[in-house]
Design a binder for this molecule. Structure first.
Ligand code: ZN
Length: 112
């Protein structure tokens, strides 16, 4: 199987979800039983570097990945491990110098 086919499987697995590399490996392996962990991890890192996957390090002690490239924030709850999308319509960004525009925002909102 060629690399781009692995990428399709990884992206299908991650769309609208936040998964650790181990979670992705488990789900990809269920579809492609012969695939090795190193191959999946290498593809994940390559996809993250190319911006196909978004990487979120150190959320509840893990690094998570997702394929949702729409700008959105995340709600994080350390106690329960919850990590979910939060719509940007509810977030205001103020005091940006007028000669700049917001091109990407990464916001994580943690429960107190
Ligand atoms: Zn997300």
């Amino acid at each position: 199987m060629r690399t781009h086919q692995y990428r399709d499987i990884i992206c299908d697995t991650c769309t609208c979800r936040h998964l650790s590399a181990d979670d992705i490996y488990d789900e990809v392996r269920a579809k492609e039983p012969k695939i090795g962990r190193a191959t999946v991890y290498r593809n994940i890192e390559s996809m993250a570097e190319q911006g196909i996957l978004r990487r979120f390090p150190w959320i509840n002690g893990k690094t998570y990945y997702e394929c949702n490239n729409e700008t959105h924030a995340h709600l994080v709850e350390d106690a329960s491990g919850m990590f979910c999308d939060f719509p940007m319509e509810h977030i205001q960004v103020n005091n940006i110098p007028e000669w700049y525009e917001v091109s990407e925002i990464r916001i994580q909102i943690r429960k107190k």
